[in-house]
Design a protein around this ligand. Structure first.
Ligand SMILES: [Zn+2]
Length: 163
């Protein structure tokens, strides 16, 4: 990632930066998983490859990449990683790492998708954005980017853990 891009992103979102060594073991492993899977993204149109790793509440790591198609309905990497978690019988994550060329903070659509499986303690759910070179890392609470009054499964009387 270009330094200027990172500074622009930081100024826009004002989220805290950390160093890799400051993160705990599972967060570091999730970053390595997301970074190593990113090259598998299928992105011939936007040419914007994204790798995501989610850590479930049972400390398992699931990964996903974006998979574009010519009809422009693009499953984002976050959806694919969370779908992988769901496919394996889990319904809640505690950390999501997104690696992309400009820092990888999940888009608004993905934030809503994440809200489905975040549980309700949004201050405890960690979101980590990593730039292409891996040198600049943003770490924040999910509450910082979704809002504590966000629309959620509970809004419709659903508890994902029961389904
Ligand atoms: Zn997205």
């Amino acid at each position: 990632m270009q330094r200027e891009d990172f500074l622009l992103m930081k100024r826009l979102v004002d989220l805290p930066c950390v160093r890799f060594g400051d993160l705990n073991d599972i967060e570091q492993r999730a970053i390595l998983a997301a970074t190593s899977i990113r090259h598998m993204a299928y992105s011939p149109y936007f040419k914007y490859k994204v790798g995501v790793a989610v850590v479930s509440v049972t400390d398992k790591i699931y990964t996903g990449v974006n998979v574009e198609n010519c009809a422009a309905v693009v499953p984002h990497a976050e959806w694919n990683a969370l779908s992988e978690m769901v496919k394996n019988g889990e319904r809640q994550f505690k950390v999501l790492v997104c690696v992309a060329q400009n820092g990888g903070i999940p888009c608004s659509i993905c934030r809503q998708f994440m809200r489905e499986f975040s549980g309700d303690n949004l201050e405890e759910v960690v979101v980590i954005g990593v730039g292409q070179q891996g040198g600049d890392i943003i770490r924040c609470a999910f509450a910082d980017i979704i809002g504590v009054d966000s629309f959620s499964p509970r809004s419709l009387g659903v508890n994902p853990l029961e389904h």
